[in-house]
Design a protein around this ligand. Structure first.
Ligand code: PLP
Length: 410
């Protein structure tokens, strides 16, 4: 029996989705790269600049207090979204990438010793790979990798192979930005903690698309980016347990992260200020808060359900196209990300033909070159869905792919 598809009516909230591209209504399927912004987010940012703009945490005037209040409200929204125990565990940074660099420098340089292991997976984005390469090279430590099987699922048996007391940290993506694979973080974190390793979750793709609860996952660090979840660019989050943030030295230094300063020395303020040197991304944090409010009104469980419906529908449609190969697991183990190749065509050509039809997909290595190479290709096309995508759009993409196939293979 056909399951019932979940539908979310949201397109009218997103001004950019009213655009035509090359004379065709825009179908935006590059959401894993960045998402579009609803009016409520755009308005929250412009209202802040129009009515309350001031620096935070330093002014005693009314505007300064209003700005600080809005900025801290945004932090509290993130705390609630992630179900962190305390808002001091939420550090605002520029992006998921910056958050991982914060951990690799601050925690990594003071905790990782020669011979230690940082355990990653074969499906990590470069942002959750290169910072650990630099750290392990610097410290005389090394990286080991949990593999993936032929369907793109994490090889759980590799935990037996690699987890021992030499592993200081397991850094793993919540959802692969290439295969859409959703990883069993709770189970993996439990296993890692049994050998005393810490766990960092790269939530750049999972936090925007499904309910994520840091206490239920029992992770030590989690990172995400506002722009991948309806918010503006330039704002990201590091969640870390309070105890870790207290122990970790600052990453960046300067104004606002200090208690006392002399010409030769300084002491640090408490987290999260200790890790928010200088003027933070205030308007971006406020816009991010509005994005979270929008997502919570719909509910992340519903967002996830809608995207699962779309991806299942798209997989069924795309499978009808001869020569189209889909990468990654079946719909039961993936979120709304679908990477594919069409026989004897280059994904860039495919993306260019789809763009002529108003359809935005991504083509390339998706900042996961080792994974793409491991799968035996040099590039892939990727359609990534969000709450505003529709089943009609999937039909139009399938038609456009058939047209591209005719153009490119005859
Ligand atoms: C899984 C994953 N991790 C990390 C990142 C990095 O995010 P940002 O560029 O916002 O720092 C991305 C971005 O595509 C991603 O997909």
């Amino acid at each position: 029996m056909m399951r019932e598809w979940t539908q979310i009516e949201a397109q009218s909230d997103f001004p950019v989705l009213q655009r035509k591209i090359n004379g065709k209504p825009l179908i935006y399927l590059d959401n894993a790269a960045t998402t579009q912004k609803p009016n409520s987010v755009i308005n929250a940012i412009s209202d802040f600049y129009a009515t309350s703009n001031a620096n935070v945490h330093r002014a005693t005037h009314t505007l300064g207090e209003e700005a600080t209040h809005k900025y801290e409200c945004a932090r509290n929204r993130v705390r609630k979204l992630l179900n962190a125990q305390n808002s001091s565990e939420i550090v605002f940074v520029r992006s998921a990438t910056e958050a991982i660099n914060l951990v690799s420098h601050s925690w990594g340089l003071s905790n990782v010793q020669p011979g230690d292991i940082i355990l990653l997976t074969e499906m990590e984005h470069h942002s959750n790979l290169i910072p650990w390469q630099l750290l392990t090279q610097d410290r005389g430590a090394r990286i080991e990798l949990l593999g993936i099987d032929d369907s793109g699922l994490l090889k759980m048996e590799d935990l037996d192979r690699y987890l021992d007391e030499r592993v200081r940290l397991l850094a793993i993506t919540g959802m692969s930005n290439v295969l859409g694979t959703i990883n069993p973080i709770e189970e993996v974190a439990k296993r890692a903690h049994e050998v005393g390793a810490l766990v960092l979750v790269d939530g750049a793709q999972s936090v925007p698309h499904l309910p994520v609860d840091v206490q239920a996952l029992d992770c030590d660090f989690l990172v995400c980016s506002g722009h991948k979840m309806l918010g503006p660019t330039g704002i990201g989050v590091l969640y870390a347990r309070q105890k870790l943030l207290r122990e970790m030295p600052p990453f960046m230094s300067g104004g606002e992260m200090i208690k006392e300063v002399s010409f030769t020395n300084a002491t640090w303020s408490d987290p999260p200020s200790k890790f928010e040197a200088g003027t933070p991304p205030i308007a971006q944090a406020i816009g991010f808060g509005a994005a979270i409010e929008y997502l919570q009104k719909i509910g992340l469980a519903r967002v996830h359900e809608h995207e699962c419906s779309l991806v299942e529908y798209a997989m069924a449609q795309f499978r009808e196209i001869p020569g189209l190969e889909i990468y990654g697991p079946g719909p039961d183990h993936r979120g709304g990300i679908l990477s594919f190749n069409l026989n004897n065509t280059h994904p860039h050509d495919l993306a260019a033909i789809l763009d002529e039809q108003g359809i935005a997909i991504r083509a390339g290595h998706h900042c996961a070159q080792p994974l793409i190479n491991r799968l035996g290709v040099r590039a892939m096309a990727r359609a990534s869905f969000y709450l505003y995508n529709t089943f009609d759009e999937v039909d139009r993409v399938a038609e456009a792919l058939l047209m591209a196939k005719r153009i490119l293979t005859t």
